[in-house]
Design a protein around this ligand. Sequence first.
Ligand SMILES: C[S@@+](CC[C@H](N)C(=O)[O-])C[C@H]1O[C@@H](n2cnc3c(N)ncnc32)[C@H](O)[C@@H]1O
Length: 216
Amino acid sequence: MSAGEWTTAEHVHRYLGRADDYPRRVEGESVLLAHVPRDARRVLDLGTGDGRLLALLRIDRHEVVGVGLDFSDFMLEAAGERFAGDERIELVKHDLADPLPALGRFDAVVSSMAIHHLEHERKRSLYGEVLDLLAPGGVFANFEHVASPTHRLHLAFFVAIAEPLEDEDPSDRLLDVESQLEWLRQLGFDDVDCYWKWLEMALLVGVKPAQFESAM
Ligand SMILES: C[S@@+](CC[C@H](N)C(=O)[O-])C[C@H]1O[C@@H](n2cnc3c(N)ncnc32)[C@H](O)[C@@H]1O
């Protein structure tokens, strides 16, 4: 397993205890929300954690049906508590290291600070699976922890988020923005760009073309 820490209560509670404290996080999330179509009916959240992003999406999209996927029992429990009694949210236990299960079509696939835990090769194949799951015109929006271009900037990021470097998540597999944007373009996404960035936090977006023809 590539990110075993997330299956421990200590790691999960430590993250949830400071999830609101990342500087400029709300700003990046609000740009993501602005790029999810207002009329999106089904949304998939990869590495949903306690369902933070789905909850933000639901604020002004009451009709949206959300599927949150994660492999951590502790996270899924927290998400289950958040969405208790909400029939429009489905939580699925799944390790993203493995191919996505059959979940149907989505108008948007979102993710927040999760995919960087996967090995690079898996990140790329996952992006391809996301494209397959999207309806034509559907949006993929990945709010992500990305690699700095230099070690000095990596250190500066940890200073900026007030986290000692010793506490760096050993499950992080950080990758630069450019490589990921290039993959999305190669796979066939349209309008690919980094729509927001602050140090190691970035929003990568791609749209499935309305007339997409699978290479398969
Ligand atoms: C930093 S947390 C982010 C959680 C949530 N998306 C948020 O924005 O608060 C990373 C999440 O990715 C999940 N995750 C990491 N590796 C995973 C994997 N291989 N399969 C599924 N979920 C994974 C963790 O369990 C955790 O919930």
